[in-house]
Design a binder for this molecule. Structure first.
Ligand code: PMP
Length: 443
């Protein structure tokens, strides 16, 4: 296959990007002398051929410091649900900023946003706020330990729940590292984690076995209800309902980490989309429309541990006005016209996803997709993965070459196969993107 053997003319593509994006290269070299690694979050360093520097974003597009415009499917790794700089959100944030940035005290936006979330999210009897997904997952796990009086939790291989030592295990283990239930730390310096028990996604008998073997020790099962961080792998039909039933049976809490799926798959997140209601759910990304905001939602009986002060939940900047103003404007825009934004993202996202895979298959390449509409993944492999381990069979290096070639064509993609859509993407964006795919595949 000529396209594959030439790897999308990757050398020429990289040379072209080096020329077009010289301003980014210069800045990256400069930043490396002051900023550890040159970037603000570790994962951004790995973007090939080099991290781009952006000047601005508007709607579905980003403009880099050299003036090149890209159709953006990275969307800040998920939060940019309405597109970049939507007018209503910008106006709401400016208005809030003009009245003070943070009070460390109460104001109306707190209950207004909590009420909007309560209305939208099935499990949301009570709400708590923080600033990042990492933090809010810690609140959820702490609540689960306090509520059940048990120390451990079950997580699935390939699922990401933030960068705290307690959860940054068995995220993307290599083929050699994969070793059953022992949690594999991702980086150096992490405390050994003995409270996480890890099983494979979609493996019912492993979940049953762990709950039996660790009877009385497991406080919670946490999962990404759509495994967005490892190739948008869905739960197999009935698997989420199985988790719901078995957690009830064992007195274990079910936590959906909806940091990505929340306010993205539907206004009520994955729990609305799949019709399974967890005890607790964590949100960040889309809920703040691009501002640092995270939310825990859950049943009153569990969340009451915060109300009574038994469980500590704190944070200087929690619920500050500009962030809540962004959240309120974002949630209102997403709910408008009977949630038209979601119908649109599903329709355009599926059109795009199917168009990409058809084009790849038409030239004889093994390619499949998982997920859909607002967030999906394209895998360079013959069969759709059902576990994280299955994703190790895909040709990830070739996909990165594809993403680099697409960047050279003016389409910005995450390089792990994931595509995010926003409510600002248009039919014309989809058409232009598929034309870019055609050019990349033409070699
Ligand atoms: N959970 C999930 C499912 C996530 O995708 C992320 C971030 N990618 C987090 C938690 C952590 O969120 P944050 O980066 O805001 O700390």
């Amino acid at each position: 296959m000529s396209v594959v053997s030439s790897r999308f003319r990757i050398d020429e593509r990289e040379a072209s990007l080096r020329q077009k994006a010289a301003g980014s290269i210069q800045r990256y070299e400069r930043a490396k002398h002051s900023l550890a690694g040159g970037v603000s979050s570790g994962l951004r360093r790995s973007l090939r051929p080099f991290p781009l520097y952006f000047h601005s974003g508007s709607g579905s597009s980003l403009q880099d410091v050299d003036g090149t415009r890209y159709i953006d499917y990275m969307l800040g790794w998920g939060p940019v649900i309405l597109g970049h700089a939507p007018l209503a959100v910008t106006a709401a944030v400016s208005n809030a900023l003009s009245r003070g940035y943070t009070f460390g005290a109460q104001h109306d936006l707190e209950f207004e946003v909590a009420e909007l979330i309560q209305k939208a999210v099935p499990c949301a009897e009570r709400i708590a706020f923080a600033n990042s997904g990492t933090e809010i997952v810690q609140v959820a796990l702490r609540l689960a330990r306090a509520y059940t009086g048990r120390p451990k939790y079950l997580k699935f291989e390939g699922h990401y729940h933030g960068w705290d030592d307690s959860v940054l295990v068995s995220y993307h283990p290599t083929g050699d590292q994969v070793r059953g239930q022992s949690p594999v730390p991702v980086g150096a310096g992490q405390r050994p984690e003995s409270n996480a028990v890890v099983v494979e996604w979609n493996d019912r008998s492993a979940v049953e076995r762990v709950l039996d073997e660790h009877a009385g020790e497991i406080s919670a099962i946490i999962c990404e209800p759509l495994l967005c961080n490892s190739g948008c792998i869905p739960a197999e039909p009935g698997f989420l309902a199985f988790l719901r039933d078995i957690t009830r049976k064992h007195g274990v809490l079910l936590i959906f980490d909806e940091v990505i799926t929340g306010f993205r798959l539907a206004l009520g997140g994955a729990q609305e989309h799949y019709g399974v209601v967890p005890d607790l759910a964590t949100f960040a990304k889309a809920v703040g429309g691009g501002m640092p905001f995270s939310v825990l939602a859950g049943s009153a009986s569990v969340m009451d541990l915060i109300a009574t002060g038994k469980v500590v939940h704190a944070g200087t900047l929690n619920g500050n006005p500009p962030v809540l103003a962004a959240a309120k404007a974002t949630l209102e825009a997403l709910a408008a016209d009977d949630c038209e934004a979601f119908r649109r993202m599903w329709r355009l996202g599926n059109l795009l996803r199917d168009g990409i895979v058809q084009r790849l298959n038409a030239i004889g390449m093994d390619a499949v997709s998982t997920g859909g509409g607002p967030v999906f993944s394209v895998h360079f492999q013959a069969r759709a993965p059902r576990t994280y381990r299955d994703t190790l069979l895909s040709d990830a290096a070739l996909y990165t070459d594809f993403a680099v070639a697409m960047l050279d064509e003016g389409v910005a993609l995450l390089q792990d196969g994931r595509w995010y859509l926003s409510a600002a993407h248009t039919e014309a964006d989809v058409t232009s993107t598929l034309q870019a795919v055609d050019r990349v595949l033409a070699g």
